[in-house]
Design a protein around this ligand. Structure first.
Ligand code: ATP
Ligand code: MG
Length: 1039
């Protein structure tokens, strides 16, 4: 009996400290990472792992763990679908090799009578479930462990009798859900209790006796199914939940009269990034329960224990702060041999998350446990009963030997003996009974599964697709011949029951006739097929994608004859959502997706969009059902906006929230929306529980939620509606500028027309005249420059047209530094007069300032005010002003002279710059000529007639300045044309006709642009030529 020998050998270190063992594993790139052209930033040598900062390639961090698994590259898929090393002995770590190290160790510990725990930690999608549970033929640690456990039990059956109990639970939002429960879900979840002997445990958790690996696998399948349906019903996100499998192993060594009991906890933790990027920091409503209190507390417990291990003083280890840490108390710092597998994405875009996972794992490595071999109290009772019986028998025989007539005593002793024996038998048969019951149950389930497999070969069906790949393909709903209603209703024999947000009693009808299946949405219900909303009867084709209600996603599987050998795996959750996004006009386009040229930031925006899209649909549905009168809509912030240099601003997904009644509007960033959505789910579930008359749920009623706790509401704030650019170039020449500016919203809509001016002026505010126009801006160097920004009027304000109880303000920030200044608020008027004038001055104009003026614009921000919000106030902190109230600007912030990014526009700009340079040199020689002319003139007229000369004939400088003024004015409209060109994109519906129209329009715009550009430059050239000619003529006369 080899196992027993090992047990004894190890018994000597029963009370020694065991460090938590830590393994890391790196998975292959996923589709998103491949699309983004990601780079692998992780490398491994033996058990050490190095991660490189993609922004600073010199910066590397190395970590050493007990095991490091390279599952990123060097693998091939064999005929059974198993991922194996490309060549024998290759470095790729497959599921088998991970099990060899980690699984076998856990098994051995459990067989020795130690408690054992395996935790999988890592960001969402990093491969936790792949390692723990596995996918298809690539079985993970849990099924492999069960396989080997029952094999070991069989091998050792001569020496011990073994009992295995299986439980499976989920912790979501601090509620424990029994995944094997046959009854309906306990509202509020199961209770976690504490007992002196047992520690923390889940009260009423179903523990199923098992005696084979297939039985366990079937239970896991059942648990996963419960998890999937619960996630859809509760509209919960599974990657926020923790899944725990508890295997209890009891080994009875009758010969040695020893019983050993060990608990094996197998934990697939929630995605780790949730706890940091939950966005609650920026939100008024900090999540009361935290999106994942359990995960945060786990981190705190691990940190505290790591501190203890290095001798730091720790007063309190916060096990009791969350459900998960209560249940894992013995696994962390207690009586358990514990292993953590930390899973990583290899991609540069996941650097922050991966580094944080590695740091977490490093802390976990320090934790010291004290594992002991466990003896079960129940078995001690049997032992004690047996011992008592032995004593009783001894006493009986003594009584017999003494020959004393002690009838009463003998009778009493015999009764006691029988009672004890019955008790022993009861304890021993209990297991048998439980096992028999479980087996019967199992047979029933097994029959159901066989039946389901048969149905799959006979009928078309719809297959659930979940955001978590682990929960996809779990639910199959068959569409047999005839007519079927699909919806919440489950009473009729011809109905297919589904639950989920936005699903109606009778949602849609399926008809299966002559091997053709059609789907007819019923009035008022949402049905999307292959990305498009449908309201008519539609015939379904094999592998059509259906979204019912807000977000119940299914893949339609046709009759077996239609199926062929196609790969269904590409129709994952992202595929469904991308299709819907494409229908809304948001897509990457076939050519750009997958190419390394896709701009990573655009890609991130795209994935954010498709991630938030279903959440927004769900939020809208909840708002509707809870009567909140709030609508959510996704927007891409900065889609059409640019910075003061005209460079595109970084795009970001935001959610526009509108209260339909009072027309209030909020903009929520992604993190805030995700946080709010979680709180909305809570409120919604509460409402559902109340609706079903359940009074066990504690807390606030949703209808009675006070404003400050309402996740659908926020105090109103001013809203950035759009921006306009007022280019500063003319100031460098002291040329006044008057403009009608188009204020563009984030998505390119025209929000208003803004009349604004830049007026070069004297230090007292008097406008300068034409004679003050400069030909060469460098003349300003070291001198004072004064000018006024005048905001005259706003016209056609869309914001006010939509609701009259609103107002606007204009915000602007000069030279990209300091606080923004705001014009006074104007209310209720679609065309309000602003009449706002601000005087700026540079006391010593620097080259940087000149460069800045020549290449930048002041970005005028249009802010929308709503009833109940306070006006924006200019903060004068850090702003320098003269006593006359003139704002002093010294120089630009960082000089950023990066050229405009788009290729054709940068060419044009370069050509323009060349022209300007040439003109400058012409100008310089003209100035020289001019000066010498002046000198000649002065000499000829002895100084008396200078003034007359100047006033009669405009100087060449003034002529030249006027020409430049004309040029800069025309350049403003050229710039506007360029902006329009850059914003012009094809419509996403783009059929061939649409695309042709786009191309025509595009070439028209380009033609206009180049015509305007050429005209401006040629007018300037003609003007300059005329000036030169005139000058030569004049010099001819006077010389
Ligand atoms: N080692 C690996 N080899 C091949 N594919 C992998 C590996 N690890 C993960 N994957 C794939 O990556 C995807 C995400 O993995 P998985 O579902 O295990 O992530 P997770 O960490 O459990 O995420 P969540 O937190 O959302 O539950 C799956 O499609 C899975 O098949
Ligand atoms: Mg998972």
């Amino acid at each position: 009996m080899p196992a027993c020998c090992t047990m004894r050998a190890k018994a000597s270190d029963m009370h020694s400290k065991d460090c938590v063992k830590v393994a890391v594993r790196v998975r292959p790139f996923n589709k998103r990472e491949r699309d983004a052209g990601s780079r692998c930033i992780v490398s491994m040598v033996s058990s050490s792992i190095t991660i490189q900062d993609p922004r600073e390639p010199q910066s590397r961090r190395s970590f050493c763990f007990d095991y490091a698994y390279w599952s990123h590259s060097g693998f091939a898929r064999d005929r059974c679908g198993l991922y194996v090393p490309e060549e024998p002995g290759g470095r790729y770590a497959d599921q088998d090799s991970v099990f060899q190290d980690l699984g076998e160790g856990i098994l051995e510990n459990a067989l020795q009578g130690y408690n054992a725990t395996l935790l999988a930690y890592g960001q969402t999608g990093s491969g936790k479930s792949y390692s723990m549970v596995g996918y298809g033929p690539n079985k993970g640690l849990v099924p492999k462990l069960c396989d080997r456990l029952f094999q070991a039990i069989k091998e050792n059956q001569d020496t011990r009798q073994c009992q295995v109990f299986f439980s499976m639970l989920e912790i979501y939002n601090e509620q424990v859900v029994d995944l094997l429960s046959r009854g309906s879900r306990t509202p509020g979840g199961l209770r976690v209790r504490e007992e002196q002997q047992r520690g923390f445990y889940v009260e009423g958790l179903r523990t199923v006796p098992c005696d084979s690996a297939p039985q366990v696998e079937q239970l896991m399948e059942q648990g996963t199914r419960t998890r999937t349906t619960a996630a859809t019903h509760m509209n919960a996100n599974s990657s926020r939940s923790h899944m725990l499998i508890i295997l209890q192993l009891k080994q009875i060594f009758s010969k040695e009269s020893i019983t050993k009991q060990s608990n094996i906890n197998l934990v697939d933790l929630a995605g780790s990034e949730r706890q940091r990027s939950s966005g609650s920091e920026a939100d008024r409503l900090k999540e009361g329960t935290a999106i994942n209190l359990s995960l945060t507390t786990l981190g705190n417990v691990i940190s505290s224990l790591a501190d203890v291990a290095v001798g730091r003083k720790v007063v309190h280890i916060p096990y009791r702060d969350s459900v998960l840490t209560k249940l894992l108390q013995s696994a962390l710092g207690g009586n358990s041999r514990t292993v953590m597998i930390a899973t990583l994405s290899p991609a540069d875009i996941c650097y922050e998350e991966s580094l944080s996972t590695l740091r977490y794992a490093e802390r976990a490595k320090r934790i010291q446990n004290r594992a002991v071999v466990n003896e079960s109290p129940t078995e001690r009772l049997v032992k004690e009963l047996k011992a008592e019986n032995a004593r009783l028998l001894q006493r009986l025989s003594r009584l017999g030997q003494e020959g004393r007539r002690a009838n009463d005593e003998t009778k009493e002793l015999r009764q006691l003996l029988t009672h004890n024996e019955l008790q022993i038998r009861a304890i021993q048969t209990l297991w048998e009974q439980h096992l028999q019951e479980a087996l019967k149950d199992w047979e029933q389930q097994y029959a159901n599964i066989t039946q389901e497999r048969r149905m799959m070969q006979m009928h078309p069906y719809i297959l659930n697709i979940n955001e978590d790949a682990q929960l996809s393909g779990v639910v199959k709903l068959f569409i047999q011949e005839g007519e079927w209603d699909i919806g919440l209703c489950d009473s009729s024999p011809t109905s297919i029951s589904i639950k989920g947000l936005g699903i109606q009693e009778r949602h849609a009808g399926f008809r299966n006739e002559q091997r053709r299946v059609t789907l007819t949405p019923l009035a008022g219900s949402k049905v999307i097929i292959n990305g498009n909303a449908v309201s008519q009867t539609t015939e379904l084709q094999h592998l059509d994608r259906l979204i019912l209600g807000s977000n119940c996603t299914y893949l339609f599987i046709g009759y077996p004859s239609e199926r062929g050998g196609d790969d269904w795996s590409r129709y994952d959750y992202d595929y469904f959502q991308s299709e819907v996004a494409a229908a809304e006009g948001i897509h990457l386009g076939e050519s750009s997706a997958g190419s390394s040229q896709t701009d990573p930031s655009l890609l991130a925006v795209f994935y954010d969009y498709i991630k938030l899209m279903p959440m927004v649909a769900e939020a809208n549905q909840m708002s509707q059902e809870l009567n909140k009168g709030v609508e959510f809509k996704l927007e891409i912030k900065n889609l059409a906006l640019s910075d003061s240099k005209g460079h595109d601003l970084e795009k970001e997904i935001v959610v526009r929230v509108t209260s339909t009644g009072r027309k209030q509007v909020w903009m929520w960033y992604k993190a805030k929306f995700v946080n709010r959505k979680f709180l909305m789910e809570e409120a919604y579930q509460q409402h559902q529980a109340e609706k079903s008359g359940d009074d066990r749920v504690e807390g606030l009623s949703t209808t009675a939620l006070p404003r400050d706790k309402d996740p659908f509401w926020d105090p109103v704030e001013p809203l950035l509606l759009g921006t306009a650019h007022l280019w500063l170039q003319s100031l460098a020449f002291r040329i006044p500028l008057e403009e009608q500016l188009e204020v563009l919203g984030p998505e390119g809509t025209e929000e208003a027309i803004l009349q604004a001016q830049l007026v070069p002026c004297s230090s007292t505010g008097l406008p300068l005249g034409e004679d003050d126009i400069l030909i060469d801006p460098s003349e300003l160097l070291g001198r004072r420059l004064d000018f006024q920004l005048v905001l005259e009027q706003c016209c056609g304000l869309r914001w006010i047209r939509e609701a009259r109880n609103r107002g606007v303000q204009i915000g602007f920030r000069l030279l990209d530094c300091g606080q923004p200044l705001y014009s006074p608020a104007v209310w209720h008027n679609v065309n309000p007069l602003l009449d706002h004038r601000v005087h700026f001055a540079s006391l010593h104009t620097s080259q940087r300032l000149l460069d800045y003026l020549q290449s930048s614009a002041v970005v005028l921000e249009l802010w929308g005010l709503q009833e109940g919000c306070t006006d924006l106030i200019s903060s004068l902190e850090g702003v320098r002003m003269t006593t006359e109230g003139i704002f002093i600007i010294e120089e630009a912030g960082p000089t950023d002279t990066a050229p405009v990014d788009s290729a054709d526009s940068s060419c044009s700009v370069r050509a323009l710059q060349q022209d300007v340079e040439e003109l400058k040199s012409v100008n310089a020689s003209l100035r020289k000529e001019n000066n010498s002319l002046r000198e000649q003139l002065n000499a000829a007229r002895n100084g008396g007639e200078t003034a007359r000369g100047r006033s009669v004939r405009p100087s060449c400088d003034a002529e030249f300045a006027r020409a430049l003024k004309v040029f800069y004015h025309s350049m403003t409209s050229v710039k506007g044309q360029l902006q329009r060109l850059r914003r012009h994109r094809p419509s996403e519906e783009s059929d061939l006709l649409g695309f042709r129209l786009f191309v025509d329009e595009q070439s028209r715009l380009l033609r206009d642009f180049s015509e305007q550009l050429e005209q401006s430059v040629s007018t300037l050239k003609q003007d300059v030529a005329a000036i030169v000619r005139r000058k030569r003529e004049r010099s001819g006369i006077w010389s």
